[in-house]
Design a protein around this ligand. Structure first.
Ligand code: XMP
Length: 317
């Protein structure tokens, strides 16, 4: 029978004994796992934990600034690295989904390695790996997953030669959330929907431009805020918006418009392996759709994705 408090006491003791006075580097993603891992390590070794939070330019609207702020409030020793331009310039003109993922994985490793090099005498790489990641080997979320799925491409970056410490590797997701709660981590952060490592890049179908990122961030923010303010966010496992690579004809005043189409997606799931589309209330969809079309320049049509997984996937790319 799992008790979070006992787990915290035991693991903190174990981490102290294992790490002693060594320095540890950890990549924060904004997600639950890396955050809980960081707070545990911070409890065990304090300022010897060096956290790095990378902005790949494909996060949700204002996410980098607000999450970085939250991390600092939690007392974490964290460095925010805004590498948006580096990622977006490497992604320019790329429309193939797997190529996007590879580029993002590679650039993330380069940025992380550059940062890790600036720290002297680091001995450990900490990761927020959880039990399902261990058994599946292909895990889905966060920088740790990005590192793992790419570490056998080419030579190992230097930080991959560090000893690895994974305080959550025996835990399931709900246990990680309970540990997080017992550590006093904000309930809102612990209840966040999963978000893919490649971020909005795989929700912008086709090539990525800064303008498309801006449009999708605005649409996504309206949708997610709407879910929250209508009490629907916690009833949904994952939600987001997708920017389609087509224009459609619309009308505004006396003018015809020819602008972008966005799709909204909200699913129920337990592990992301299968998923059902959520029957969001029609009046909610109506309000959100109106708000998106009225407020987001460049969008004149909103559709709702009513496909389940399988055969559709959760992401469109
Ligand atoms: P799919 O689209 O395969 O998604 O049904 C299942 C879950 O995995 C997430 N996902 C990813 N996460 N890197 C990630 O870190 C990826 O390349 C990736 N692709 C999909 C997706 O958001 C969903 O939670």
């Amino acid at each position: 029978n799992f008790t979070p408090d006992t787990f915290v006491d035991d693991i903190v003791k174990e981490l102290k004994e294992k790490i002693q006075d060594d320095k540890v580097v950890l990549g924060l993603s904004g997600g639950v796992d890396s955050t809980v891992a960081a707070v545990l390590l911070n409890k065990a070794i304090g300022k010897n934990l060096y956290c790095i939070f990378v902005n790949n330019g494909l996060l949700r609207k204002n996410e980098f600034e607000s999450v970085l702020h939250q991390y600092k409030d939690m007392g974490l020793n964290v460095k925010g690295v805004d590498a948006s331009e580096r990622f977006l310039s490497q992604l320019k003109g790329v429309d193939d989904p797997e190529t996007k993922r590879k580029i993002i994985g590679r650039v993330f490793i380069e940025v992380f390695d550059d940062e890790a090099h600036q720290l002297t005498d680091v001995k450990w790489l900490a990761q927020g790996t959880i039990y399902p990641d261990v058994i599946e080997s292909v895990s889905v979320n966060g920088p740790s997953a990005t590192i793992k799925s790419h570490h056998n491409v080419g030579g190992l970056p230097d930080f991959m030669k560090l000893k690895v410490v994974e305080p959550l590797r025996m835990l399931f997701k709900d246990e990680v959330r309970r540990v997080g709660a017992s550590l006093g981590i904000d309930a809102e952060l612990l209840g966040r929907h999963p978000f893919p490592g490649p971020g909005l890049s795989i929700r912008i179908l086709g090539d990525i431009t800064p303008e498309k990122v801006r449009i999708l961030q605005d649409v996504d923010a309206i949708f997610i805020e709407g879910l929250k303010s209508n009490g629907l966010y916690d009833k949904v496992w994952q939600a987001g918006a997708i920017l389609l690579p087509v224009n459609s004809v619309g009308v505004m005043g006396d003018e015809r418009t020819y602008e972008k189409v966005v799709a909204l997606r909200a699913v129920e799931s337990t592990d992301g392996m299968t998923a059902d589309w959520v029957h969001l209330p029609y009046d909610f969809l109506m309000k959100v759709s109106n708000e998106i079309i009225n407020k987001v320049k460049g969008v004149n049509r909103v559709v709702y994705d009513i496909s389940s997984k399988p055969p559709a996937t959760i992401e469109w790319e």
